[in-house]
Design a protein around this ligand. Structure first.
Ligand code: CA
Length: 231
């Protein structure tokens, strides 16, 4: 079987934890579990998992605190599991450094798909950061020459549109929050002005998307941010 991908599940609800454990083991993953935030951090330090599946509602620590602690020492992919209608929690978790989220109740199929995306974050990260040319479908982003092509045709972007596109495209599959966009693209610390993002995004989409009402490159995560297509 070679090296199995090791997943740490931090979840206090035993039924959910047992169910996920069973399904992921059947899917060929190696599983470690913890039922509190502190135990989760300890398990992370002793077992160094490849991926963490983290419930946000834990009995001792807030899930966001767990992310903050782990991010001090590691870029391990973290997939957050959160209850419905807790957008603020999801945003806080993503801002603290979580890679993605699934909302309870979720199907096993959905969870497996998200975990496969997490697996891509575990390999090739360095390669991606050093690579100056990104290809997605017929879109080519040359970050060394700062040139964008759609097929053979060069696309001219404003500096803000360019930075927005590169930020999202260099994190394929990852949800990037409004706050992160404000910080990285505009240089502000707060997402005071999500209208600027919307305006910039719609102008960028008009330039790169064939049908802006069904975008194929940049997907909207309503109320949270944007995600660059990962296939
Ligand atoms: Ca819980």
């Amino acid at each position: 079987m070679g090296n199995l991908v090791k997943i740490l599940i931090i979840e206090d609800d035993r039924k959910i934890k047992d169910f996920i454990t069973l399904a992921l083991k059947a899917g060929g993953y190696q599983i470690i579990t913890a039922s509190s935030g502190k135990e989760g951090i300890l398990q992370f330090c002793t077992n160094l998992p490849d991926i963490i599946l983290l419930d946000l509602g834990l009995p001792d620590l807030d899930g966001v605190e767990v992310i903050t602690e782990i991010r001090k020492v590691s870029q391990v992919p973290i997939l957050v599991v959160s209850a419905r209608e807790m957008d603020r929690d999801k945003i806080d978790a993503l801002d603290a450094g979580a890679n993605d989220y699934v909302t309870k109740p979720f199907s096993m199929g959905e969870l497996m798909a998200r975990i496969r995306v997490m697996e891509r974050f575990t390999v090739g990260t360095d390669y991606q950061q050093n690579n100056t040319i990104l290809h997605v479908k017929d879109l080519t982003i040359d970050t060394e020459r700062r040139r964008i092509f759609l097929g053979e045709q060069e696309i001219h972007l404003t500096p803000l549109e360019y930075r927005l596109l590169v930020l999202l495209a260099s994190n394929p599959g990852k949800v990037v929050t409004h706050t992160q966009i404000m910080k990285e693209v505009w240089g502000y610390n707060e997402a005071k002005d999500s209208k600027s993002i919307r305006v910039c995004m719609s102008s960028l989409r008009r330039k790169i998307e064939v049908d802006t009402s069904h975008p194929q490159f940049i997907l909207t995560e309503i109320g949270i941010g944007y995600r660059f297509a990962d296939d």
